[in-house]
Design a protein around this ligand. Sequence first.
Ligand SMILES: *Cc1c(COP(=O)(O)O)cnc(C)c1O
Length: 365
Amino acid sequence: MLLFTPGPTPTPEIIRQAMAVPTLHHRTKEFESYFEFCRIKLIELINMQDVLMLASSGSGAMEASVRTFCKKPLCINSGKFGERFVKIAKAYNMPFIEILNDWDTAPSSDEVAKILNEDREIDSICIQMCESAGGLRHNVEDIAKVAKEINKNIVVIVDAITALGVEEIDTANIDVLIGGSQKAFMLPPGMVMIGLSNLALDLIDKNDIGFYFNLKTELKNQRKNTTAWTSPTTIIIGLAKYFEIANMKDIYKDTKQRAIATQEALKALNLKIYPKNPALAMTTIYSEDSLKIRKILKDKYEVNIAGGQDKLKDSIFRINHMGIIPVNEAVWVVNAIELTLNELHMRAFDGTAGRVFLENYYKQG
Ligand SMILES: *Cc1c(COP(=O)(O)O)cnc(C)c1O
């Protein structure tokens, strides 16, 4: 079965092998050297002042960030993950402002600027770089820039779990950048990374908040290449292997080529791309036949792709592009979709998907 869900993504053999070592104790020099290597590589990748690695799924980093950096956040809600920031604020009885969008539509930086100008109590913005609910790319770069022009102390918190490792991120105006092990890093679920700006570091020092997710305690430990609590040792060993094999420039280039080739191939089958501004992490298709398409793909062609959530549960499907993916697998996915449409009498098979995919993939290369 080919796993093509936008997280978790498959862990390559070479990384699985690296993790298949006897359990390391986390308070040893041997483990600290893995940790240090990952810290250096992550800081280089995100181009920010510092970084934290926490044993948690993505939501833990979102919660830690809201608690540590926000008194009144502006939450951009364009789907399930944006909604999660809202739910976290509510859970802590924190006042917040919400921009609620259709899941295929990103807010403009003007819209954000207007709200920030009207409400000077807003001290932070919580936003997804790619809102995975609909595969929507937010224009985080512009929004962050405009926000900083209005108030340089506003904390820009970006959930980049489906963007970090997918594309080069301009972190110039970002204060908190969240990534996760189970998406583009192709590791098992269970670890998050949080990139931090100088402003974020100042606030961590001032706001000594929480216990397990106390970022001040973590920072103190992690700067000494250890963690406050037990480290997710196996995942960190896997991450070290990822950095050993990954050439980020090549990964960004190939991910973009595969994403665009997939979009073009599916458009050529008259399928509709759902988001108005698609992210590179995944291709999201709107189809009322999603459920049937996914079932045939899985049962007959051994391709596992994701459906939607909530209101879009059975009306979209999502194909992953995150990680290092062999092109033969990616082209098989669009071929299998074309075969499936033929089976559902939606469109006769003539090899269009594979042809258009390859033309686009190699044209860009
Ligand atoms: C996968 C994902 C997360 C992680 O959420 P968990 O359920 O806590 O693992 C967070 N944000 C986005 C945008 C995601 O795609």
